[in-house]
Design a protein around this ligand. Sequence first.
Ligand code: ADP
Ligand code: MG
Length: 771
Amino acid sequence: VMASMAHLQKEKLRLQEELLELQEKLAAKENNEISLSLQLQGQVETLKAKLLEQAQEISRLRSELGGTDAEKHRDLLAAENERLRQEMKACEGELRELQRQQQAPCRDCPHLQENAGLQEQLSQLQREAEETRAKLVELDLEVQQKTNRLAEVELRLKDSLAERAEEEERLSRRLRDSQETIASLKNQPQQIKYIIKTVEVESAKAKQALCETQSRNQYLQEQVGMQKQVLKEMEQQLQRSQKTEAQLRAQIMMYEAELERAHGQMLEEMQAMEEEKNHAIEEAFSRAQVEMKAVHENLAGVRTNLLTLQPALRTLTHDYNSLKRQVRDFPMLLQETLRSARAEISQAIEEVHSTNRELLRKYRRELQLRKKCHNELVRLKGNIRVFGRVRPITKEDGEGPEAANAVTFDADDDAVLYLLHKGKQVSFELDKVFPPQASQEEVFQEVQALVTSCIDGYNVCIFAYGQTGAGKTYTMEGTAANPGINQRALQLLFSEVRGKAADWDYAITVSAAEIYNEALRDLLGKEPQEKLEIKLCPDGSGQLYVPGLTEFRVQSVEDINKVFEFGHVKRVTECTNLNEHSSRSHALLIVTVRGLDRSTGLRTTGKLNLVDLAGSERVGRSGAEGSRLREAQHINKSLSALGDVIYALRSRQGHVPFRNSKLTYLLQDSLSGDSKTLMMVQVSPAEKNTSETLCSLKFAERVRSVELGPVSRKAELSSWPSQEHLEVLKTLLVPVLQQPHASPGRAHASPSPGQLSSRSASIRRKLQTSG
Ligand code: ADP
Ligand code: MG
């Protein structure tokens, strides 16, 4: 910055010198111009005087000369005029030359050259300023201002040039004016005009030169003033930068002083810290010495302690070693204990096992005995039981006297039923009578024991007998909302089997068949029209079987429903009128329960035959013909055959006519031996059905008439005996056996005392063996 300042200073001085020079030149020029103007003024004065003289001369001549002379004068004037015109032309040429001269010196005017030099300098300055701009932003800005100003100067220069052009314009205008004046003077004497002209021209020229110089002078003065201003600004700038420099210097000084002060402080602090450090070291040293002393003392105490602890440690190690040995021996000890415990446990288990075996053996024996007793009891009661069920009066019975109720019951005896037939009341006695209000559930409760005995390996037959519309199908199948014996029996079997699942494996299978016109058909088979045959087993066991009869294994109620649905659908599709057909055929549901006792390997097979018999109504022999008659004959034959078989069985006849019908032949196994049979005689209570009701009840009585065993009605249980009734039965049976004649009951055929005694003896024997 200082260097640029110095440079600028130098430049300034140079410019000032130049300025002085220019001023001197300007002053010289001014003097020159002033003298020139004075000269021109003098000339103008003389010209004016001459003009005046000429004017006087003209006026004198005008007065002297007459008209003729006027013509001469006129010629003279014309010549003069011509001359003046030439002169004017010359003047014009001179004027043009002058103008040219005026323009020419402007081109190589010393001012312009100066100006150019100045511009160059200025640009140089600008360049320098640009160089310094990086160093000083303020200076740069000012240089920018300078350049702006320079541009202004240039503009002004241009303006002055324009002004000069204007001036020239003005001059030309004036020339034109003077030409006009000359034209006006044409009428005047030539000489005067000429003089005036020259005077005018000369004065104009002088004036113009004067003006120009004045304007140039003014312009130069302006420039000088501008330069001065620039100079002043630069000086100011210089001053400012000097001032800032001084400020900076002062700051630096201040900082240095501060630095020195800080350095001094630091030194002081360091010294203080050094002192502190020394002090602290001394203190720590003294403290450490004290502590050392204390530690030494402690150490001595610990040493004495150690000496006393050593014996204790020795005993501890001893203890520890013994414990270690114990721990090492512990697993062995544990194993030994475990072994003995195991042996004890296994012995105990063995004992328990043997007791269990013994118990199981006893239990099986008891079971066997129970079964035997049960059988005996059932035999005593009669293996064949006959129930009656009266359905309620329905809408189908119609109204009026025909639909009147003809059946009444005994309030004290649920085995007696009264039928009002042709004005006479006939009483019937069965094993049990269900009134119309008896529910399916109640009916099934009486049948339950029979069904469960099937699980024990007994064959069971349940028949529904009665005229069409008496409620056979209702009792056996029931409705979806209120199922009958079929479904309830299977449900019971499932639940019983589930209860015994711990010891027994059971398989329940279901077959459905139909006997129509003495032909056996499979209701679950693929070809229901096919007639099946009943054959003897080829193994020589004397058992019967039906080759080709479909058996379905069922495990749940859903399975049974499916089977029933299937059979029903088959029957419906095969028959045009199901009701008609079903009343003319026997429908059989055969449930086989095969069991295996896993502990003993004992196998049992029980069969439950649920038979919905054909309608028992008698068909008028005279009225019926053809197929209807044949149907009736078949039904009649098979039903009476069934009656005969049951009668023969119940009366223990040597020959049982099983082969008299397909139905009895098929059910031979399930009717003979230890088998149990229930005949459910369905009756309608309606007045119009009394004769058929009478027939059905007579059939029931005929089947039942051969009452076996001495058991009186009072001693009878309401249902088939089950396990829990055994004890009760024993107590009940003993007095009966001891006093065979005590209670003969209402048996129709009382057995002889001899029969009874031998029978009771065998029972007693059996009961005694059971313990
Ligand atoms: P069957 O099979 O002997 O020809 P159904 O079982 O078809 O007779 O019974 C005939 C009508 O009587 C059916 O509408 C049935 O619902 C009705 N019915 C039978 N027994 C009863 C009863 N105990 N309670 C209510 N309605 C019964
Ligand atoms: Mg029916």
